[in-house]
Design a binder for this molecule. Structure first.
Ligand code: ADP
Ligand code: MG
Length: 263
């Protein structure tokens, strides 16, 4: 009989925790989603009847082979792409184009190179009508949170990869999205900086009310970060399985690494 390799980890406490997550309100509902691209007159079926629900404050990681449609799925949720069949809801709202309820972070940072750290974080706030003074105060709080006080007036090219990614994350969070979509955000970082960023992200996630949809091709990263892992398979992309992660999450006060490591 097939026994799942993680079965031994599913203690009663873990089953209980998972059951509690599934009782929370739905944050993201993907129903019977199909996506086809046209390429040189040929139709390529990229995503095929995807069904998935993420619950409030859940940390979901999506893994799967290259080309299985992970980025396409994130772009569909972001409303940057359209699909033929199915529906995506954020809470009870049907996704029909981009909106402030979804924040997005890419591997390539996508910061505005001509703006300082502070201006990058302030941008979305002033765009949505906040006064310059309030936006500045708000931006400084976020900048403090990720330890970039000294770099508030620096430009992106003056920052390390990890720093740029911290700015990209707080810029997305400053607009108070309900869900944060992250497409392989740490893939370009060296292992040490990747670990730092994973710790930062967990800490931020533990302190604010947000659901995270995090794409990675690194299963270890998914196991470290996620409450639940959505595993996609390729050609066409479908859900292979969803896996609750039984590892206890590192607690806030628990310091695996010295504070200097984060300086
Ligand atoms: P992943 O992020 O899992 O590596 P993607 O979502 O980027 O996969 O791509 C899934 C498939 O869809 C790939 O075969 C890719 O070539 C194709 N694809 C993605 N975007 C487009 C597009 N704009 N036009 C045509 N094909 C595309
Ligand atoms: Mg991708």
């Amino acid at each position: 009989k097939h026994i799942h390799p993680l079965a031994a980890w599913y203690t009663p406490e873990i089953k209980d925790r998972n059951a509690r997550i599934l009782q929370r309100p739905k944050a993201l509902t993907i129903s019977n989603l199909h996506k086809t691209f046209e390429h040189k007159g040929k139709k390529i079926n990229v995503l095929n009847s995807i069904d998935f629900t993420a619950y409030k404050r859940e940390f979901v990681c999506v893994v799967g082979p290259s080309g299985c449609g992970k980025s396409t799925l994130a772009r569909l949720i972001a409303g940057l792409e359209t699909h033929e069949v199915g529906a995506i809801h954020i809470d009870d709202d049907l996704v029909d184009g981009p909106g402030p309820d979804r924040g997005m972070v890419f591997q390539s940072y996508s910061l505005f190179p001509w703006m300082t750290v502070k201006q990058n974080v302030m941008f979305g706030l002033t765009e949505s009508g906040m006064s310059k003074n309030s936006a500045e105060a708000e931006a400084f709080q976020w900048i403090d949170l990720v330890g970039l006080e000294k770099f508030a007036n620096a430009y992106p090219h003056q920052l390390s990869g990890g720093m740029k990614q911290r700015v990209a994350i707080i810029r997305a969070l400053a607009n108070q999205p309900k869900i944060l979509l992250m497409d392989e955000p740490f893939a370009a970082l060296d292992p040490q900086n990747r670990l730092k960023m994973q710790r930062y992200l967990l800490e931020i996630w533990q302190n604010i009310d947000i659901t995270i949809f995090f794409i990675t091709h690194d299963l270890d990263e998914a196991i470290y970060l996620a409450d639940r892992i959505l595993i996609l398979e390729a050609n066409p992309g479908r859900v292979q399985e969803t896996l609750s992660v039984p590892l206890p999450r590192p607690r806030k006060e628990e310091t695996l690494l010295s504070p200097e490591f984060f300086a």
